[in-house]
Design a protein around this ligand. Structure first.
Ligand code: TYC
Length: 103
């Protein structure tokens, strides 16, 4: 949580010198019945830079449990990767869905 603004002896608000730690966001992939397993592994290797072994493991986890973590990033990077997933999925005719949530 942010600290309240600090004042000097004259009651003037002191300039904040410490920057807030940027929030992190989880990028999640959702299971569905139609996207191929190969395509999800492709997404996890190309967009999220996982190894082939890690990508297969994450894909199977999503397939079995309904949702899985592709990565954790600052907001802009998470948004970009989510948008890349949605674009690649739609270009390739897959209904794959990607969401993000604050960590
Ligand atoms: N359930 C899909 C199938 O059986 C595979 C799949 C895995 C789809 C992960 C989406 O995020 C996903 N073809």
């Amino acid at each position: 949580m942010a600290d309240p603004p600090r004042k000097d002896e004259q009651g003037e608000t002191l300039t904040k010198t410490r920057l807030e730690k940027p929030k992190k966001y989880k990028v999640l992939l959702l299971n569905d019945d139609y996207t191929s397993m190969e395509f999800v592994v492709f997404i996890l290797t190309k967009v999220f830079r996982h190894s082939a072994a890690a990508a297969s493991r994450i894909m199977l986890h999503i397939h079995n449990s309904g949702v899985g973590l592709a990565g954790i990033y600052t907001r802009e990077i998470a948004e970009t990767r989510c948008a890349q997933v949605m674009q690649l999925a739609s270009e390739n005719g897959h209904p794959l869905q990607c969401t993000m949530e604050e960590e």
